[in-house]
Design a protein around this ligand. Sequence first.
Ligand code: Z5A
Length: 214
Amino acid sequence: MERTRGGVFIALEGVEGAGKSTQVRLLEEWLRGRGLDPVVTREPGGTAVGEEARRILLESEHVTAETELLLMLAARSALVTEVIRPALESGRVVVTDRFDLSTMAYQAYGRGLPAAEVEAMNRFATGGLTPDVTVLLDVDPEVGSRRRGGAGRDRIERAGVAFHGRVAGAYRLLAEGQDRIARVDGSDGPAAVHERVLALLSARFPETFPGGAG
Ligand code: Z5A
């Protein structure tokens, strides 16, 4: 696994409604409060190509599993090249709302595409770049779905209970025995989860996160 140079690369992952966007925002505020200037991204998106891909992925009804994978990876390739690598090379902290673990959970386990091929294609798209740590916000899919409510559900969110159940199971399975993936209980309120995330980051990257929540 390639180590990022200079900066720290953090990915937040989890099922819909796990609280990723909320925790990304709290983390960004915490970092800015300490005088750092993090780069914050979301997937798919974050570049011109990525935002176009996002629109097709979430709005078009005619997307096969294979097309879905290729568009996710096209968006990721652009994001890595245009945004993430340059930021890490200049020593900045990068926080992303979803990255490669989403592709394994949704396209490999959720859609049933062959995992080894998905993994190899992801490696091609990222040039081998992986997050220094992936924080998996662990909540039951029913809790996430309840938090999100019914409004404005996109094509992937509408994929059905069985699909989202497979995705949730995959996240837990993929995190097992993997030091680069840290499971954090996401079932409590945002402030409590934020403290857990900071404690984890402080233990792993004490120079960037001195003293954690304190
Ligand atoms: N996708 C994929 O298939 N393959 C890939 O490789 C990638 C992505 C990269 C992106 O959609 C979709 O793309 C996604 C996976 C797929 N589809 N699904 N499902 P998105 O970015 O629009 O959706 P999302 O990532 O699932 O975001 P989300 O549903 O908004 O979830 P979230 O970011 O984890 O949650 P949140 O926005 O922070 O919070 C949701 C609500 O819960 C909100 O009202 C909060 O105020 C509330 N909340 C947040 N935290 C808490 C806590 N701790 N307690 C109580 N309430 C909370």
